[in-house]
Design a protein around this ligand. Sequence first.
Ligand SMILES: [Zn+2]
Ligand SMILES: [Zn+2]
Length: 172
Amino acid sequence: MRLFIPDLKKEEGKFIPFHVSIKLATGNIDDVVMDVRLEAAYVAQRVIIKGEWYVELEGECSRCLEKLTYPLKDSFYEEFIHLKSPADPKGYGEVNEPDKEERFVFKGDFLDLAEYFRQSFLMAQPLKMLCRTDCKGLCPVCGINKNNGECRCEQKGIDPRWAALEKLKGEL
Ligand SMILES: [Zn+2]
Ligand SMILES: [Zn+2]
């Protein structure tokens, strides 16, 4: 999504609401659509954005492999410094070259937020998706989904080789 800066400047200091859907190019996942609600304001040569985004990830539980939709959301607050643009002879006034490690800067009439939200999503992405925190997973022996029922695989008792070892330990 792109914010058109002259529109924000017209109402400098006032937060203007936006509600947009953004298609994220995430590389490993296809077509993640992010729902973004944000407010943006132009204040003293900065664009301030704040709001929340929401994504529904389609995937499978890492333990039981059931299909699931995983809701992911985050809130954000960010400032982008508007540098004087060579394309705009009037410019927007002088701004000291900011510390690039800490500040976002941009030039021109548009502030493109696609990359910002893509990065936010990638950082928030879970390493593991679980259908529920106490998912019991699959039995490694028979493959049954243990959330749906029990199997008898783990009730067979100790492997005979270990039993022999236990006996030995008892004798020592
Ligand atoms: Zn599960
Ligand atoms: Zn089993």
